[in-house]
Design a binder for this molecule. Structure first.
Ligand SMILES: Nc1ncnc2c1ncn2[C@@H]1O[C@H](COP(=O)(O)OP(=O)(O)OP(=O)(O)O)[C@@H](O)[C@H]1O
Ligand SMILES: [Mg+2]
Length: 385
């Protein structure tokens, strides 16, 4: 029997094997290790499924390994969740440390979080207090996922508390993950203006080398599977470095291969990879492409469709050709182009050209699963960021 499949195509939590992101982890590590780092607060932003939660979780893990206390919260009731974590989590300690500003219920009812609110002043005071009296930890890192959903009041509580602690030179870090535009949104809140200077770590698809190395590293840890170099290259071409698509194609290839295991070994060749690409594409389409592309306005979707029509073999798209395809003047459609750039669905590629930032947009609009889109990596794929 083949060994367990280490590919993890599931949202949330850490995958069994973490791919790449060396630059991003190095950045976080430097911020943790250097007390004078200017990057004690930063954002991680990117489109659906590009790996924000995974990276945030990895950074939190890295911090814990380096002796920091990590407080990881999701968008719901962020202030309260952080206070609970700082105060030690019991109703009694919370009551002593941070009185709810609106006491609709007894503090014993802390678990019924919707009825108890804590103020930013409580959070600021508690954070400073905890960071001043750290005994076993080097500092406190707060990570918040889906920051675009955090209500303005909670975001202000959080940012102003961290700013206060940083102003006092205390060891605190804040990492906020969210969709493109999250930094602009949060930094526009009156209590969060200091976040305008925060670094925006923009993540997307991985580079060619990183992608191939990631597949190789997973297969090294699954010795019962023998993936040929060509098969790995095919997985790279198909996924184009999109981490979720990498997990999907690797997972289904390994599952399919184990059905044909001989003598405890499962061979993975190019044909086998190609045979599972349609299944991987379907899941990617449903969980990544549809949530991103289906809410687009008719004008933006029309622009993307026109881009698919005029894209050249290297993935480049002339803006003039798109306008012509749409039967409009360039100036009439240039705002659509800009909006798609702002949403990080496309990126400029030299004067008057653009390219897609997400793989398989063409398959989404003009899907023919028997002819899965594949691009020349040297022109298209390794320029992604
Ligand atoms: N660096 C990585 N290494 C391995 N797998 C990854 C990596 N980044 C993302 N993935 C995989 O991609 C999938 C989606 O990742 P994740 O949930 O982190 O995306 P996200 O950007 O938070 O998406 P959303 O915007 O929907 O919350 C998961 O299956 C995860 O295992
Ligand atoms: Mg996420």
């Amino acid at each position: 029997m083949a060994s367990s499949n280490l590919f993890t195509p599931a949202f949330g939590g850490l995958p069994q094997v973490f791919f790449g992101r060396k630059g991003e982890l190095g950045f976080a590590q430097a911020a943790l290790d250097n007390e004078n780092s200017p990057h004690k607060a930063f954002f991680i932003t990117g489109n659906r499924g590009c790996g924000k939660t995974t990276l945030l979780e990895k950074i939190s893990q890295l911090a814990v390994e380096r002796g920091w206390k990590a407080i990881d919260v999701h968008s719901a009731h962020a202030t309260q969740a952080i206070i609970e974590a700082l105060a030690g989590g019991t109703a009694k300690t919370i009551e002593k440390s941070a009185k709810p500003s609106m006491l609709g219920v007894s503090v014993g009812g802390v678990s019924s979080s919707s009825t108890t609110e804590y103020s930013g002043a409580s959070l600021g005071r508690l954070l400073v207090e905890r960071c001043t009296s750290l005994s076993i930890h080097k500092g406190v890192i707060i990570t918040v996922d889906e920051i675009q959903k955090v209500p303005e009041g909670d975001a202000e509580n959080l940012c102003s508390s961290v700013q206060l602690a940083l102003r006092k030179g205390l060891p605190v870090m804040l990492v906020l993950a969210g969709l493109p535009g999250s930094k602009e949104k949060v930094a526009s809140y009156p209590g969060c203006t200091f976040m305008q200077r925060a670094f925006d770590m923009r993540i997307g698809c991985m580079q060619v080398d990183e992608t191939i190395e990631a597949f190789e590293s997973v297969f090294r840890r699954m010795p019962q599977y023998r993936a040929s170099g060509d098969a790995i290259w095919e997985m790279g071409l198909f996924s184009q470095g999109h981490p979720y698509l990498m997990q999907l194609v690797g997972y289904y290839a390994a599952e399919r291969a184990s059905e044909f295991a001989v003598g405890g070994f499962s061979e993975i060749g190019v044909d086998l990879v190609r045979s599972v690409e349609p299944i991987a594409l379907e899941a990617y389409r449903e969980n990544v492409l549809a949530p991103i592309l289906s809410p687009l306005s008719a004008s933006l979707a029309g622009y993307l469709r026109a881009m698919c029509e005029v894209e050249d073999a290297h993935g480049r798209v002339g803006s003039g050709a798109v306008a012509q395809w749409l039967g409009k003047r360039h100036a009439q459609v240039s705002s659509y182009r800009q909006r798609l750039i702002d949403r990080r669905l496309i990126e400029p590629d030299g004067q008057g050209y653009a390219r897609f930032l997400l793989p398989h947009v063409k398959d989404y609009y003009f899907g023919d699963v028997s002819k899965v889109e594949r691009k020349d990596p040297n022109q298209q794929w390794n320029r992604r960021r």
